[in-house]
Design a protein. Structure first.
Length: 306
């Protein structure tokens, strides 16, 4: 009798484990979409919902130019059903892993391929500007191209995907309209931007701003300014009457503070979440939330009096 009961218990345990295993396997059967940046990760999560396992490589608050991935994440990247990257040289610390996944045959969607690319330029250098998301109209073009790519992923329902894409396009259109209305309150002489590096080129192009300059005269935070760069920028700031420098929240404000202290340019320094989303509850946990918060901050910062 005891032996029979033990067998029965063992059989019950094995049945439970088998059921649990089937449930886990079922969950694991969802397609894996790996996304390099958290901005694009938010967009992908909004569009696919629970239909896919979305692995976002870049943590909140990270610098997209320099963040790196773990060995485990790099391995999963090479087994993904789709990799979504920003491109245009943004993910400098992750590019080789994306290339390895592509070599293994993983489809890679490069968002930068879906837009008309602008260049950041200085007197000495130039390059493709990867920060297209500051223009919601270009972001819509990215979403349109991404939608076509997601339709090729096995396991995603076409009708559900189309509905989600349609809804998100509507939110991007509303964002674009709201930003245009908010920026219209700024007079032309106040529509001048200075940032810690060249991050607002697309926003300036879409909403008719002037990019006066950047503390780091480059499209990446991994560069550094010279003393001459700071002096030239100081002159440009004074000539344009810029009241506020906008510094990305993922980067310390040290360089902007040096500009204010050592070159004797007295401006406000305002932190924005421009290249990375924040953790939940910190004001920029989604792309739409980030853009609305930044719009308000830019209007307030450029409306201030010196």
């Amino acid at each position: 009798m005891i032996r029979v009961r033990r067998v029965a218990v063992t059989a019950a345990v094995l049945a439970t484990l088998a059921t649990t295993g089937c449930t886990a396997a079922g969950a694991d059967e969802r397609p894996l979409v790996a996304v390099t940046t958290n901005i694009l990760g938010d967009v992908v999560e909004r569009v696919v919902g629970d239909s896919a396992d979305v692995m976002v490589l870049m943590p909140p608050g990270a610098d997209p130019h320099s963040f790196e991935v773990s060995a485990q994440e790099a391995a999963r990247l090479r087994s993904a059903d789709l990799v979504v990257e920003n491109g245009l040289g943004l993910e400098e610390g992750v590019a080789r892993h994306v290339e390895a996944a592509a070599t293994d045959g993983v489809p890679v969607f490069t968002a930068g391929d879906a837009i008309d690319v602008l260049d950041w330029t200085t007197e000495d250098a130039s390059g493709p500007d990867p920060h297209f998301w500051t223009d919601p109209a270009r972001m819509r073009a990215v979403v349109d191209a991404l939608g076509a790519e997601l339709h090729e992923v096995q396991g995603l329902d076409d009708d559900t995907l189309d509905s989600a894409l349609r809804d998100y396009r509507g939110e991007l259109d509303a964002l674009d309209d709201d930003m245009a209305t908010a920026f219209a309150a700024l007079p032309e002489e106040r529509r001048a931007l200075v940032t810690n590096h060249h991050v607002f080129g697309y926003l300036a192009d879409r909403f008719d701003f002037r990019v006066v300059g950047a503390v780091i005269p480059s499209g990446t935070t991994l560069a550094s300014p010279s003393a001459a760069d700071l002096r030239d920028l100081a002159s440009a700031i004074e000539d344009a009457g810029v009241p506020t420098i906008f510094v990305d929240a993922s980067q310390p404000a040290r360089l902007a503070e040096v500009l204010a202290d050592e070159v004797d340019v007295h401006v406000r320094i305002r932190s924005l979440a421009t290249e990375s989303l924040t953790p939940e509850g910190e004001g920029a946990a989604t792309y739409l939330e980030m853009m609305r918060a930044n719009t308000e901050a830019i209007v307030n910062g450029l409306s201030a009096r010196n």
